[in-house]
Design a protein around this ligand. Structure first.
Ligand SMILES: Nc1ncnc2c1ncn2[C@@H]1O[C@H](COP(=O)(O)OP(=O)(O)O)[C@@H](O)[C@H]1O
Ligand SMILES: Cc1ncc(COP(=O)(O)O)c(N)n1
Length: 536
């Protein structure tokens, strides 16, 4: 591979089509897009196929294929090409000519011959021509029947024969060969990357077979994934390893798609789900709506919206973590919840002090009243929590994370610019309101589905208190304070506010996850879910 790497590689697919979207061009373009590439496509054949089989193949005339290829390369620098179905001797010759004159730095050739459904996609007389095209590729990705045709032997029935055939192909044509074990009997799907001149695979893996019938387009998707990732990383082993992991995820989530009645497609965008949920949630929480000035809109959005947008990664980790989702589902073990509450007690004592500090130093009467009332609310909450935990016999000693968080808040509210202190205490309001409101929505949805009114949620009281409209309004006021200040302070202080906000978000994440990581949390008890006030 010529070592040119690019963050968003421009990747071309030369292949046939699948109107049901699971294989061929459609699979290739989806793969390029979800793995960070810019996809382009030259169609070699229009195929009437679905998840059950191929009905008709319409070959595109070679002059039309050549004209498409020329239109692309006359205008766009192609960083990688993935070649799929070619179909005939003439098409292979046209692509060969184009490659000779315009070879991109990454060329992956998936020697498509027969679809998963068993239908032929390459004329038998074109096999020889395809063999002659191999030397133009960097990497060839045959399945076992295709590998057998390319080396002129019987289809391998075991992995060592498959590897032997792969080695033969690599040496004969001086190309990398990805030997794929998807067609082997048994419960494993080994893959190996062989380099010419090297007897041992440069990459090998053998995971358990994913239990699904939805494997339509796996070969197309894998070769496209390797092409785009190789152009991005400049490393074949990395590209194959990451592509394989991604494809395993796409197979694991394939059944969710419910596309077609035969061998359905894989879920190309499965790994983007968390990001999408984030976007939808932010929108539902009012971010991104006000006058069209969403959090991503930079200069148009308020300071706190920008802080929020820049900390989306932390909220994704909270969402993917062990604590908050289980809390929402009601599946969080009781002892973990109690451990969390014991840390929250210590935290709230110091949070109350931090808010009191802000009240003492507040530049306006209004803000003094706001933070003083927050401090009082937390003090009430700690009394109540203390009783709950003493009744349940839970020990209360600060963890390292709790100590780090409270020391940070106390130091910041005492010694830094007042605006920085206000930014540091904001995540505790805002994230709790955000989590509380989302968990409440989830709980209501679950209750509507099960028809039980959702009353028996073990952590219902917790969810109620942080989705309370009064608490949400307090969070909104805390944001307003920070926004007003951000407009008054120097840029350096604004930067320090942003750093303090992010640090507090990170500490919130660690604070949530810590009780799940602690071992030996064996306390038992029946303490009711505590009502939190957090500065209301
Ligand atoms: N059920 C499965 N579970 C896990 N990986 C699979 C499964 N089926 C296929 N694969 C993987 O998909 C890729 C393509 O597989 P294969 O079936 O060999 O090729 P093709 O789709 O070209 O016929 C390989 O990396 C293979 O390991
Ligand atoms: C246009 C086109 N190209 C390739 C395949 C093979 O699909 P698979 O990846 O399942 O082998 C296909 N069915 N259609």
């Amino acid at each position: 591979m010529q070592s040119r790497v690019r963050k968003v590689p421009r990747v071309l697919s030369i292949a046939g089509t699948d109107p049901t979207g699971g294989a061929g061009q459609q699979a290739d373009l989806k793969t390029f897009a979800v793995l960070g590439g810019y996809g382009m496509s030259v169609v070699t054949a229009v195929i009437a196929q679905n998840t059950r089989g191929v009905r008709l193949v319409h070959s595109v005339p070679t002059e039309v294929i050549t004209a498409q290829l020329q239109a692309v390369s006359d205008d766009v620098t192609v960083d990688a090409v993935k070649i799929g179905m070619l179909g005939s001797v003439e098409v292979i010759a046209a692509v060969n000519d184009w490659l000779q004159a315009n070879r991109p730095p990454v060329v992956v050739l998936d020697p498509v011959m027969i679809a998963t459904s068993g239908d032929r996609l390459l004329a038998q007389e074109a096999e020889e021509a395809l063999r002659d095209l191999l030397h133009r590729a960097d990497l060839v990705t045959p399945n076992l029947p295709e590998l057998a045709v390319l080396v002129g032997e019987l289809v391998a029935e075991d992995w060592s024969t498959a590897l032997e055939q792969g080695r033969t192909l690599a040496e004969r044509h001086n190309v990398f060969v990805l030997v794929k074990g998807g067609h082997l009997a048994g419960d494993r799907t080994p893959d190996a990357l062989l380099a010419p001149g090297q007897p041992e695979p440069v990459y090998e893996a053998a995971g358990a077979k994913v239990r699904t019938n939805n494997t339509h387009g796996t070969g197309c998707s894998l070769s496209s994934a390797v092409a785009v990732l190789a152009a991005r990383t400049g490393d074949w082993s990395v590209a194959v390893g990451v592509a394989r992991e991604w494809l395993r995820g796409a197979l694991t989530h394939a059944d969710e798609l419910e596309v077609g009645q035969g061998n359905g497609p894989v879920h190309h965008g499965h790994h983007l789900e968390a990001h999408l949920v984030q976007l939808l949630t932010d929108w539902a929480n009012g971010m991104g709506q006000e006058g069209g000035a969403g959090p991503e809109k930079g200069a148009d959005s308020s300071f706190t919206e920008q802080l929020w947008a820049r900390t989306g990664d932390i909220r994704s980790q909270i969402d993917d973590g062990r604590f908050v989702p289980a809390l929402g589902q009601g599946t969080l073990p009781r002892d973990v919840f109690l451990d969390y509450l014991s840390q929250d007690l210590i935290y709230l004592q110091d949070y109350s002090r931090a808010l009191a500090q802000l009240a003492v130093r507040a530049p306006t009467e209004q803000w003094r009243a706001f933070f003083a009332s927050g401090a009082a609310g937390c003090a009430r909450e700690t009394e109540q929590l203390h009783r709950t935990l003493v009744d349940a016999g839970v020990p209360v000693t600060p963890s390292a994370v709790t100590a780090e968080y409270t020391e940070f808040l106390l130091a910041t509210t005492q010694t830094r610019d007042w605006a920085v202190g206000a930014a540091a205490v904001l995540p505790c309001y805002w994230l709790y309101a955000w989590i509380g409101n989302r968990l409440q929505e989830h709980r209501e949805r679950m209750a509507a589905e099960s028809g039980d009114g959702g009353r028996d949620h073990p952590y219902g009281a917790w969810v109620d208190s942080y989705s309370d409209p009064e608490f949400t309004a307090s969070a909104r006021r805390a944001r307003d304070v920070v926004d007003v200040l951000a407009g008054q302070v120097d840029p350096e202080v604004r930067e320090e506010m942003a750093r303090a906000f992010r640090r507090a978000c990170e500490l919130e994440l660690r604070f949530f996850e810590h009780p799940c990581e602690r071992t030996g949390t064996t306390h038992t008890g029946t303490a009711e879910g505590s009502r939190g006030e957090r500065g209301t």
